[in-house]
Design a protein around this ligand. Structure first.
Ligand code: MTE
Length: 317
């Protein structure tokens, strides 16, 4: 996502080194799977969910159905896009300590019969937390394979009971410059906004995520709750969600608003539609050197292609 650079966040606002999740430390510890240590996160009650211990499972043996290697935890948590903490890939891990993911409330509103403001624990209640390994493809042509914990967004949509006229869902990220220092800079219009068509949002693959690699979602990955839509470019995966609204009209998502000639609403992974400044035909899996072909709908075509039948995906990119 390249539309200019914000100023660097001053070092006085950065994480002390001992808090920063150190990749080397992780790799060293993960070699000792079965040991009782974690990365120093406290086991705590997370919104009614017991925080699951990091080394509870031998993640190195977990594969997606496509038998792909998982992207190491150190890469998943240190190579991020989260512009509220800076535009560099390492900025979110370095700067997101100021985000306070608990207590957290989420507002559900717009065109629905059952609106409400929920504490996180109540918000996630209708969903049963499960492990799902998803491919994630960024519009910048890199990709990862990540074991998330969460549940289908459909569960909270069903509880909200959208009315007949609702056709879209809009999501917003927290808007608080004290917690998100990058919001001082006008690199994007804040708060970050994303949206899905209602049928996309109700698709069973569309996931609200509360954890990764069996541990509570780190701030840099969008704590305490974020969206993952695996057949779309990563920018649809809005982080640190504070509201969702049901709408009749298509919402204007942040990246479309910032550069509509480059980023559309649908954002389906499509190797045949190049970004105006680069090809989308290939991608680099983080941790690998060679570039691999990008798959239509990021490899989820069997599950989701029918959502777009009759649409020209070159126009609706
Ligand atoms: N959500 C917010 N609020 N702010 C952001 O800058 N970046 C998006 C998405 N969600 C972003 C966001 C982009 S461009 C990507 S590729 C993914 O988050 C990256 O998710 P990850 O850092 O967990 O891999």
């Amino acid at each position: 996502m390249l539309i200019g650079k914000s100023k660097k966040i001053p070092s006085s606002e950065m994480t002390p080194e001992n808090v920063y999740i150190n990749r080397r430390e992780f790799i060293g510890k993960s070699a000792a799977i079965g040991a009782s240590t974690s990365l120093g996160w406290r086991s705590s009650d997370f919104g009614g969910l017991r925080e699951r211990r990091f080394l509870q499972k031998d993640w190195s043996k977990v594969r997606s159905e496509l038998d792909e290697e998982l992207t190491p935890f150190g890469d998943v948590t240190s190579y991020n896009n989260f512009y509220e903490f800076g535009t560099g890939k390492s900025d979110p891990a370095r700067n997101s300590h100021s985000l306070k993911p608990r207590p957290w409330t989420i507002e559900v509103g717009g065109l629905c019969d059952n609106p409400g403001t929920y504490d996180l624990a109540d918000f996630i209640k209708p969903g049963k937390i499960e492990d799902r390994v998803y491919r994630m493809r960024c519009v910048e042509a890199w990709s990862m394979v990540i074991p998330w914990q969460g549940f289908s967004l459909k569960n909270v949509i069903d509880r909200a009971k959208p009315s007949g006229s609702a056709r879209f869902v809009e999501f917003q990220t927290l808007n608080d410059v004290e917690q998100m220092p990058g919001q001082r800079y006008g690199v994007l219009r804040w708060p970050y906004i994303e949206g899905l068509r209602l049928d996309e949002a109700q698709h069973p693959l569309t996931m609200l995520v509360t954890g990764v690699y069996g541990t509570t979602l780190p701030n840099q990955n969008g704590a305490p709750i974020r969206l993952i839509v695996p057949w779309k470019y990563g920018f649809k995966g809005i982080k640190s969600i504070v509201s969702m609204r049901f709408l009749e009209q298509m919402p204007t998502n942040t990246w479309k608003r910032s550069a509509s000639q480059e980023y559309g609403f649908y954002a389906n992974v499509n190797p045949d539609v190049p970004h105006p400044r680069w090809s989308q035909a290939r991608e680099r899996r983080i941790g690998e050197f060679r570039r691999r072909p990008t798959l239509m709908f990021n490899g989820y075509a069997d599950e989701v292609a029918s959502l777009y039948s009759g649409m020209d995906l070159r126009i609706h990119y």
